[in-house]
Unconditional design. Structure first.
Length: 476
């Protein structure tokens, strides 16, 4: 699993001994560190060299080090390289404060975030995220530096410290890895390399406390399990069911972003299974739960798996994916049920029922995950086109084909055919054939439909002539 070159890294590792008083300024956290070895390992033992990293990330580290600061490439990029994967992002950690980073990089730097202050160094479209070493939030002097909610969630976390303290604040051991390109060495404070070898995902610190500090860590655990094919160790696994409800305290906009990382990175089906196993799916999509069954064979559940399978295949083939399509598929059957209720109980016509039901379903969706309007607008288009796809006579097919979201609507129709069967299969086949036919063939397809489903003849009524009123006879 772990990419490593002989000889073993332990043979080339050297321990860096420092007095405890120099390593840790805080007596409350000092005792937590002596149990772990601080190791500096030659990265070449694992086939890692500076040329494998982003030039922009290397330039940020070099510039910070020239100014007298510590700086390292950290986290996921190191983890992915050790696993033989190609990293997408390169993050940097340093002991320079955000304002000092901005002074060094000037207009190239933008400070972002309140809860967790970060510096973004911009190289055109490429952005290198730079974070200052964090310390334990108990070291905070005031609420401007750190603040917690009653449930233990960190509302603000800007207490700065040393690299050792920063390693303790990271979520998983496999992410507490630091790379110095100047001497091509790795720093591993919590045996993350050993955990990578074992395929074990382990939280740093007390799992309950760490999940309470940031409940999104539960979702990150699921994502890493699916993406890296790792297992979650028992102490980190046990509290999830009990603490899953804490996700309700996370802003819906952040949960929406996390849902995309979970479901649209190529491991959607596996992630979905894990989310349901650990009781986290209902926290993200509470309005879907009434449509789930014990055997997991309802139309809604089968559609979710079908849509995620298609998304995983498109990611593997490096094709474009659209979150709006995925969520349009997720909520299609809840929409259909709501439409039928409005038609039967409210007496609404089909078009009005779809419009009203769409509003209600999307409102419930956005209460949990705040999808941007650009996505909800596309979801409405895809749903509305399911009605238009029923019209196969006259000029209707041409108008439907010209709609910019036609292809997405057809893909949903094809998935519906796979899930529902019956007449939907015939409808999907007709539109598939219509798309790839020439004009003469299309006209023939439309004529066949007009023959099979002729328009009802209009009834004409002659206006009745009004009779003249009879004169009133005078009997006198």
């Amino acid at each position: 699993m772990l990419q490593q070159k002989a000889p073993q890294a332990k043979a080339h590792s050297r321990r860096v001994e420092q007095p405890v008083t120099q390593q840790y300024a805080n007596k409350n956290t000092a005792h937590q560190f002596h149990r772990y070895d601080k190791r500096v390992i030659k990265a070449a033992n694992f086939g890692i060299h500076p040329r494998m990293f982003s030039r922009n990330a290397l330039s940020v580290v070099e510039k910070l080090q020239r100014q007298g600061f510590e700086a390292y490439i950290v986290g996921g990029s190191i983890r992915d390289m050790l696993l033989g994967k190609h990293p997408k992002d390169f993050d940097v950690a340093t002991n320079a404060r955000p304002e000092q980073i901005q002074n060094i990089f000037q207009r190239q730097c933008r400070l972002v975030g309140r809860r967790f202050r970060l510096a973004h160094i911009m190289f055109g479209r490429d952005i290198i995220e730079v974070a200052t070493f964090r310390a334990n939030h108990s070291d905070a002097r005031n609420e401007r530096q750190a603040k917690q909610s009653h449930e233990g969630m960190l509302l603000r976390d800007n207490v700065y410290g040393t690299i050792e303290q920063d390693a303790e604040r990271r979520d998983f051991t496999i992410n507490a890895l630091y790379y110095n390109p100047q001497d091509n060495t790795l720093r591993d404070y919590f045996n993350g390399i050993e955990d990578l070898k074992a395929g074990k995902l382990r939280l740093i610190g007390d799992p309950i406390t760490r999940y309470q500090e940031d409940p999104v860590r539960m979702l990150r655990a699921i994502r890493f399990m699916a993406k890296l094919d790792m297992f979650l160790e028992k102490p980190s696994e046990q509290p999830i069911h009990e603490l899953a409800h804490l996700l309700k305290n996370i802003p819906p906009a952040r949960l929406f972003d996390e849902s995309l990382k979970l479901l649209q990175t190529g491991h959607g089906v596996k992630t979905y299974r894990l989310l349901r196993q650990y009781g986290l799916f209902e926290q993200l999509f509470p309005s879907l739960i009434p449509f789930f069954t014990e055997k997991e064979d309802s139309f809604a559940e089968r559609m979710i798996v079908t849509a995620l399978t298609s998304t995983d295949e498109r990611v593997a083939d490096k094709l474009r994916i659209n979150p709006a399509f995925l969520f349009a598929a997720f909520f299609w059957y809840p929409l259909r049920e709501k439409v039928e209720i409005l038609k039967n109980e409210g007496g609404l016509n089909n078009h009005d029922a779809y419009a009203l039901a769409g509003n209600e379903v999307l409102d419930l969706f956005c209460q949990a995950l705040a999808a941007p309007r650009r996505h909800t607008a596309v979801i409405r288009d895809i749903w509305f086109l399911q009605l238009q796809l029923l019209k196969r006579t006259g000029s209707a097919p041409v108008r439907v084909m010209e709609h910019p979201k036609f292809r997405a609507a057809f893909d949903l129709l094809a998935m519906r055919a796979e899930v529902e069967g019956g007449d939907t299969i015939e409808l999907a086949k007709w539109w598939h054939e219509y798309q790839f036919s020439n004009s003469d063939q299309r006209n023939q397809l439309v004529k066949e439909q007009q023959t099979l489903h002729p328009k009802p003849k209009k009834k004409y009524f002659r206006s009745r002539k009004r009779r003249k009123p009879r004169p009133i006879e005078n009997n006198q």
